[in-house]
Design a protein around this ligand. Sequence first.
Ligand SMILES: Cc1ncc(COP(=O)(O)O)c(C=O)c1O
Length: 359
Amino acid sequence: MIHGHGGNIYQLARELGCAPAEIADMSSNVNPLGPPPELMDHLQAHLGCIQALPEAAAESMERLFAEQSRIDADQVLAGNGTTQMIYDLPRALEMREALIVGPTYADYADGCRLGNVACRFVHARETDDFLVDVDRLREQIEAVDAVYICTPNNPTGRLIDVNVIRQLCQDFPRQHFVVDESYLPFVKNQTRHSLLKERPPNALVLTSMSKIFRIPGLRVGFIVGAARTLQYLRRLAPPWSVNSLAQTAVRFLLTNEPLSRDFIARTQAFIADEREFMIDALAAIPDLRIYPSRTGFFILRLPKPHRAAGVCRALSAHRILIRDCSNFEGLSERFMRISLKTTDVNRQCVTLLQTLLQP
Ligand SMILES: Cc1ncc(COP(=O)(O)O)c(C=O)c1O
């Protein structure tokens, strides 16, 4: 099984003798505003849908997504979270070697390893504030079958200019470009940064429902790509990958577009304000380094001699769970990722860090 994931609220709750819901999970990058309340009401009213099998291939949901994105339905595939695609892609595309732009989400490499695909990495450097060096990236592409790019990137929160990605796709037409936009809805003017509009034929775009609508437990996500390429993924997809409740949720979100749009706009405004507050407040801690982010989480490098493991342990005693980034390839034991939560939790976290990290 995979080894890349971070905080585990269930384990911490057992250790502290409390309920998982009593832990402020700042290690998870889901929407701090929660799911849209109207969605929760709708799901409660439609719980009975679990008494029947859902559509085996979630085709209504795919059609709705395609209509909204103004693309053909055969260019969309829905699955059990984008995780399903991340793990199926290496086998479906018969990759031999993949290039991963890091430091990034570990499941791309884990999915490749499970599919016996070799991985090489190009890591954005701390000295460049984790901005990707596109020239270094270019040097590696010819030798691989697929390139994985996460934008905005988990954990750095950095966006890659969408025109740069388009140009790479055009310059390397033999390679597949897997572009994970799961955190893009948290970014203001998100459509401007998305590859979904004017998508090159060799790009595959991942879009998760889990993060922005805070429904990670429902497990639902999409991949958009050329119909011919998606056929290979469809062959691997088990029937009923998207359960009835998840299909009900996505139908609701896609057919109530103004509601979803308002919810996303409110989220973006909230995230921008909270991020500014937190980054400003933490910047006052001597030798703490915070890296610019465009989304609902950011990374920081702790002042010496602090290590993420110790600081996370100290915060967990206060029922705050933070992601220790030491197991991200390309980061070190001094890095942590903080995901924004409610204003109260964010303030409590700042106060604790100020106390813990005083020289
Ligand atoms: C960058 C990124 N992509 C994809 C996923 C998987 O999300 P899901 O399978 O819920 O769509 C995650 C989850 O943390 C993630 O961080």
